[in-house]
Design a protein around this ligand. Structure first.
Ligand code: ATP
Ligand code: MG
Length: 681
């Protein structure tokens, strides 16, 4: 029987994709390379199922972010505007959350249970640790944050605690028993307080399915079709959940690419996708072998890189598009020059007709975007940061800068309050009390001249105030007035470094951020110019404008957050050893997969950029080694370009292109013979 469909599936999909979309059901797997249309095929399959009469609310679409799910379902809505009902879509966590609200009582929670974020979880773990203080006083125990990491990894992978400790924190192996006791205490406390952490949203979901037969049979009946995107980044827990959710027809379609698995560090396991055919021996396997996204040279570069991984599942991937422009590997003098090059190039491409929102700057870590954000702001290029907060809106940056702001403008009550509330014993009420006494024309001066004991404060707060005044006094040393970077270092060494370690999640990377911030501030001749520059950055904030004006905006993102997306032009910055691959990364192959994800985001233009020299944490200029991911590329994979900025000139970068890359002469040998061609080698 032929049917009439709203969507012209034959025109929109290639043969193999069409086969996926019209397959009746059962377990289905598409393990295929980047840009082969996996996500697109899922969207069309959802449409087709609905057009074939499946009720939308009996379809579950699981994706890696809620935003991705929403975009896919919006697409479905546009393709079949008449489809009634809503498809359930979202992340595993948000889906688990919805289900648990309904069945919480079965597990002994109330339906109003609260959710702990990572920071709350770390606090609670700290309390659990304190509860066992007798047992642990004799030994050095891991910090709550590390405990939360270990706990989470165990939950998500289902691996043995001792094995996880051996892998991730071997120095604590002799304390495995105590750690297990702390975890038990943590579970008790959570339950008593009617709270679930993020991992519970998965774990409790699985518990419902495994231990409560009546709920299981209800849940198994809820969905006729389950579809999962980015399956390579699921963990054991997630794959068991899906398995137990399936109804008698076992209509499960998963798509993914093992080469893009980038969350092993959080427990993802790409054996889930590689082992899918073993787990579902009757599964139908589909081969999507055409790449619709990138022009051939970009694809070739990506393939040449991922070949260096030994653990990979080789896949066919043929480019559909034409185009011969080689990707560019660009060496710039410094991080600032890298920012200038990227900004220049973006403007140039925009002149050529590529809208800003079709370009992205990607990097390994959020802190790598600093100089780039500054440069874009200077040139009035609007941008949106996908990787969470903008650099200067992050809590640790604001905490630190509050000290400088108060020195700059002592009428700034907000900064005063922020600074003081970091200290022991100070809440809003006591802050207000002190503020009322000191506020005036020169609150800073009054504060310094008023002895803390004359404020009517409890002892703890009084000591804290003494600490604050001492720090401010030191920051006011004449030598520092022209060195905002030194002021930041002072805040760090005297107070914030330790405070962050004791109180914040990811403290080490936040401290790295702040070290970077200090280096950045060294570039300013005084406090005023530094603070006004960063205020301006905040004003041009992208996230806030998303509701109102939707002017075109460039995207800045970490590579992790860029998964699944695509742009016409992609700039990948900081391709230096230690930055990308990250010096913290334990698994080189996972870093290389991350590089693969980054480069396969590009449709037409790919720029792999690196600074030649950067300041290290001791403020010494050091030569950075190029990323191994650049060095291992074959010569013909890209055009190697060295960008030199001329002294005395305005800040324009002078990109010039030559066929082959060679290092600037001083790089290879400590030569004293003058280089023959100065600008470009
Ligand atoms: P990734 O592995 O990066 O997630 P993917 O396999 O999910 O990639 P998609 O994002 O679905 O790939 O598709 C990549 C691009 O190719 C999209 O712009 C998509 O619209 C386009 N595309 C895919 N298949 C076709 C097709 N048959 N005809 C036209 N365009 C297509
Ligand atoms: Mg995709």
């Amino acid at each position: 029987m032929t049917r009439k469909y709203t969507v012209d599936y034959e025109a929109e999909l290639n043969k193999e994709q069409l086969r996926v979309v019209s397959h009746p059901g059962g377990p289905m797997l598409a393990l295929a390379g980047a840009g082969s249309g996996k996500t697109r095929t899922l969207v069309y399959r959802v449409c087709r199922l609905i057009e074939d009469g499946i009720s939308p609310n009996r379809i579950l679409l699981l994706t890696f972010t809620n935003k991705a799910a929403k975009e896919m379902l919006d697409r479905v809505q546009r393709l079949i505007p008449h489809g009634r009902g809503r498809v359930s879509g979202g992340t595993f966590h948000s889906t688990g959350h919805r289900i648990l609200r309904r069945y919480a009582d079965v597990l002994g929670y109330s339906s109003r249970f609260s959710i702990l974020d990572r920071e709350d979880a770390s606090d609670l773990m700290g309390q659990a640790l304190a509860d066992l203080s007798k047992e642990v006083t004799q030994r050095r125990t891991p910090k709550p944050r590390l405990l939360v990491d270990l706990y989470s990894f165990v939950i998500n992978t289902g691996r043995d605690l001792e094995k996880v400790i051996v892998d991730r924190a071997p120095q604590y192996l002799d304390q495995a028993e105590i750690i297990a006791a702390v975890f038990r205490r943590y579970l008790e406390r959570k339950r008593k307080a009617d709270m679930m952490d993020f991992d519970d949203l998965l774990l409790n979901w699985l518990l419902l399915l495994q231990r409560h037969a009546s709920v299981r049979s209800e849940l198994k009946k809820q969905f006729d079709h389950v579809l999962v995107d980015e399956f390579q980044d699921t963990n054991r827990l997630q794959s068991d959940i899906i398995d137990s959710m399936l109804g008698p027809d076992r209509n499960l379609m998963v798509v993914g690419d093992d080469a893009q698995s980038i969350y092993a560090f959080r427990g993802a396991d790409f054996d889930n996708i590689l082992g899918f055919p073993d787990r579902y021996s009757d599964c139908e396997v589909f081969h999507l072998t055409l790449n619709y996204r990138s022009i051939p040279p970009i694809l070739e570069l990506a393939n040449a890189s991922i070949e260096h991984n030994t653990r990979q599942f080789p896949k066919m991937l043929e480019p559909v598009r034409k185009g011969t422009d080689l990707p560019r590997c660009v060496t710039t003098d410094s991080p600032e020059a890298q920012g200038r090059f990227i900004a220049e190039k973006i403007l140039e491409l925009r002149e050529e007709g590529i809208p800003l929102e079709d370009m992205a700057v990607l990097y390994r870590n959020h802190s790598h975007s600093l100089e780039i954000q500054v440069e874009l702001t200077r040139r009035n290029i609007p941008f949106r940061v996908r990787s969470g907060l903008r650099f200067f809106e992050q809590r640790h940056v604001k905490d630190t800068v509050a000290h400088l702001r108060f020195i700059e403008n002592s009428r700034d009550e907000l900064s005063f309050s922020r600074m003081l509330r970091l200290r022991r014993g100070f809440g809003l009420r006591l802050v207000a009390k002190v503020w009322n006494r000191i506020s005036g024309a020169d609150s800073l001066q009054t504060l310094r001249e008023t002895p803390p004991r004359t404020h009517d404060l409890p002892q703890g707060a009084r000591d804290s105030l003494t600490g604050v005044i001492k720090l401010l006094d030191e920051m006011l040393a004449p030598a520092f007035q022209t060195q905002p970077g030194e002021m930041i270092r002072k805040v760090l060494t005297e107070f914030y470094r330790q405070w962050a370690l004791d109180n914040l999640e990811n403290a080490r990377s936040r401290i790295d951020d702040l070290d970077q911030l200090a280096l950045f501030a060294d570039g300013y001749k005084d406090l005023t110019s530094f603070l006004s520059e960063i205020s301006l950055l905040n004003e041009l904030s992208g996230e806030e404008t998303t509701g109102g004006t939707t002017d075109e905006m460039l995207v800045l993102s970490t590579t992790h957050q860029a998964k699944g997306l695509e742009w016409s032009a992609v700039f990948l910055a900081w391709l230096a050893e230690g930055r990308f691959p990250s010096s913290r990364a334990e698994d080189e192959e996972e870093e290389r997969r991350l590089f693969y994800v980054a480069v396969t985001r590009a449709r037409d233009f790919l720029f792999l950029v690196r600074p030649l020299i950067a300041r290290d944490r001791y403020r010494v200029d050091v030569l950075l080694d190029p990323s191994r991911f650049l060095l291992e590329l074959p010569d013909e994979a890209c055009d190697r370009v060295v960008v030199r900025e001329q002294q005395e000139d305005d800040t324009e970068a002078q990109p010039e292109v030559t066929g082959r890359y060679s290092m600037p002469s001083f790089f290879d040998e400590p030569s004293d013979t003058p280089s023959s061609d100065d600008d470009v080698n």
